[in-house]
Design a protein around this ligand. Structure first.
Ligand code: MN
Length: 309
């Protein structure tokens, strides 16, 4: 049985009035959590790296996710203001430096403002090239860091430039750098009506699956619900493919406990993931392979039902 590495979302604690040190402290007390995942700059600025390292204890850092807020709403790599665009790139480079200092390996880029809302608002080819150039600049600056692109189909913009698994893999191909891959967010995939496992398989086959944001939802919005709470069959299939491709990265739970308490909600995610991993192991990847190879809907459904025993 492969041992998965788990990380939780800092903001689950911070949005309830805690600071980063409190959140780290909570994670050190939780069974199952092995890694930390910071937002940059928000979880680093105003904090002391040495104190963070001290608080971490045995926990490791997986990486940082860049957040460009407020002044960046008109675009990240596609920002029409060249000075703001330069700042966007600088923040991503700074994130790589901090990531390395904390022993992390992955910097996640969600291009939340690189999109459009109106017809005639954007020169698509020009902006596509700006994204490619921007990502290359960051990737070449930090060749030892994995630059991982997380797509989301819409929100903050009505249309995101990088809006699907297919577009993400196309982007990775065009960027053409050894250290550029992707992070797949289960809810974002559901929002796009992308099959989560299909995307996982294609990204993993290319060696480009750098990260996971695990959660669940109904597909209309970024629900950020507890892993495995809604889509039983899709979740089980996803864990089967993670085992099949021997995913070695960190499993980060990108869930939003707004009304739930952060600690038991994090535990509920880990418990669910481990339960699914156990179910897949008990049936066996090889046995599931044989069912999948039949390409038969009834056989597939029998397998899903057998998991409820
Ligand atoms: Mn996410």
């Amino acid at each position: 049985m492969n041992q998965f590495k788990f990380a939780g979302r800092f903001n689950s604690f911070i949005f309830k009035g805690n600071n980063v040190y409190d959140a780290i402290d909570a994670y050190t007390k939780m069974d199952g959590i092995t890694h930390l995942e910071f937002n940059y700059p928000e979880h680093i600025e105003g904090y002391d790296l040495d104190k963070i390292r001290k608080c971490m204890g045995k926990l490791e850092v997986n990486g940082l996710a860049v957040r460009w807020r407020k002044e960046y709403i008109n675009g990240n790599f596609t920002n029409p203001d060249i000075e703001i665009r330069n700042k966007v790139i600088q923040i991503a480079k700074d994130a790589c430096d901090v990531c390395r200092k904390l022993g992390g390996k992955v910097v996640t880029l969600w291009l939340e403002n690189d999109g459009f809302d109106y017809a005639f608002q954007m020169d698509y080819e020009k902006c596509w090239e700006l994204i490619i150039k921007g990502i290359r600049e960051v990737a070449d600056y930090a060749p030892d860091i994995k630059i991982s692109i997380e797509y989301k189909p819409y929100e903050e913009r009505n249309f995101a430039m990088i809006d699907s698994t297919g577009m993400t893999l196309y982007l990775i191909d065009e960027v053409n750098r050894e250290n550029v891959g992707c992070t797949l967010d289960f809810c974002h995939m559901l929002m796009k009506h992308d099959s989560p496992s299909y995307g996982l398989a294609l990204a993993a086959k290319k060696g480009k699956l750098y990260g996971l944001h695990m959660n669940d939802g109904y597909g209309v919005q970024d629900s950020g619900m507890i892993f495995g709470s809604i889509n039983h069959a899709l979740t089980a299939e996803f864990v089967y493919y993670l085992k099949k491709y021997d995913y070695q990265g960190v499993v980060f739970f990108d869930t939003f406990p707004i009304r739930e308490e952060a600690m038991p909600e994090t535990k509920a995610n880990i418990d669910a993931f481990e339960k699914y991993a156990e179910i897949i192991d008990s049936i066996g990847v090889d046995t599931i392979d044989e069912i999948v190879w039949k390409q038969n809907g009834i056989e597939a459904q029998k397998l899903v039902l057998s998991m409820l025993k």
